[in-house]
Write a protein that binds this ligand. Sequence first.
Ligand code: ATP
Length: 568
Amino acid sequence: MSNNKVNLYDLTNSLGVGILIVDKYCNVTFSNDEALKILGLEEKDSSKNLSNVLSNFKVESFLKSNKEHETHRLIFNDKDIIVVKKAITNKDSTGGAYIIFQKLDVYKEFIRQFDDEIEASSLLKTVMEATNDAIVYVNSEGYIEMLSKPYADFLGVDKEKTIGKHVSKVIENTRMDIVIKTGKSEIAQVQEIKGKKMIATRIPVFVNQKVVGAVGKVLFRDVDELNSLYMEINKIEKELNLYKDEFKKANKAKYALDSIISESKSMEDLKKLTRRVAKTNSNVLILGESGTGKELFAHAIHNNSRRIDAPFIKVNCGAIPNELLESELFGYEEGAFTGAKKGGKIGKFKAADGGTIFLDEIGDLPMNMQVKLLRVLQDKEIEKIGSNVSEKIDVRVIAATNKDLEKMVSEGMFRLDLYYRLNVVSIKIPPLRNRKDDIPILARHLVDKISKVENIKVDKISDSTLEYLKKYDWPGNVRELENILERAINFLDEETIIKPECLPTKITGAMRKKEIKSLKSILDDVEKQAIIDSLIISNGNKTIAANILEISRTSLYEKLSKYGIEGQ
Ligand SMILES: Nc1ncnc2c1ncn2[C@@H]1O[C@H](COP(=O)(O)OP(=O)(O)OP(=O)(O)O)[C@@H](O)[C@H]1O
């Protein structure tokens, strides 16, 4: 091989194209490595295979055709190949042809990249045109390739005329050329342009780890604008904190265990149990007749738990109409249904996240909601109405009812699985009639509480009043006691002592009758009844009646007139 041929060989290989040279008899006089590589041929069989290639490439017919060149596309060894044949026609040559070929994939990839670039650049152009921000894009040498209209307007330059100019000639105090050199972003830096302090961000653009340009963006037109924005944000933040505080205050458990006034052993034991239970994370079911203090216990559990600083949210399941219950508990997305509020609504469970939810009157929860509540307790996640995304929540559930839940379960009115989930720990508050020891201390506590609210001076509750209170059965429990005492306090005139007269007759009436009766009047009552009975038996015959009573007729007449019994 001559030196020239060696050069031609290296050169053609480095071009990445296959080259064959044939003489006028269609003998291969030259082939490069790329040719074999592209055609997928082994070097050792090259001469045999090349004749196969020449016939596929239709070289012989090309030589005979006297055409100067010919291009066609063909499939060889499953490869999509483009072939260019060129006749060797210079006058000192003996003829033949150059056959130059390449795999089409290379071009396809090239075209794809080209298309991508066109697409990216038109996308960038569209973004630049649509933006309200001041944006500039410079190439790797710092020449402007794109400038947004707002930026051009602010600079007072013609947008089109800036393209191709060096950024330092168009933008005052620019550092875009520095960012290109350092390859380091500069975020939110002050840049003075036309006497205004602007906040600029400059970001280098990398392709294959090489800086190919940089984007600059002015975040705010002027620092003053930023300051007023900052003040606005500050104001909103303060307002938000205020609302957060209000929310916290409104959704705070008000009562501690000390607020539960009692002296009876049963209640003291219950308070001890409550203190222990509060420390755990278990769901609690509070049972007891109406007015026994179930809500007080729920507050106390929250306030003695680790959740004390998180919200305590109360929901009265019996007071919310069925159709609203789901949105109250779980919230809804904006547009979830007609009439849904803009921005949607947060449900009580979400509001209680991290804290406690108190589901009062749980026995009134309709069946469909029982199923949904069970799912929340099992999965510890909620799904807003109109959303298909569920959200994890961490809420402790305290439920309460004055209904007999076990009976409801046996009657199919309450789900057994939900009952088990809620009843991990149960607190059963005894009715007031079963702990009458609590009445004096409770009465004094309630009188203090009410007199403060009503601003009425009360010195004490008389002993006889306390006796009456202890003898009554209190079907409405502590709430009824509170109401009776409030009424009594409002009865006080100049007095400062609550006496029996201040109590309603349902409490004093029956007892007073019994107590003021003397032995004589009791005997009179019995005597009168015996006379009536004897007259009934004797069918009104006074002689027989006197005989039954073993008294004289005269005596009977006297007693009839004494008791006003007539005409029997
Ligand atoms: N042990 C107590 N000490 C002080 N106040 C009490 C006590 N028990 C109940 N009360 C008061 O009695 C009233 C009724 O209590 P609470 O609302 O907690 O009862 P409840 O069992 O939840 O009633 P309901 O079943 O009707 O919802 C409240 O004003 C509460 O402060």
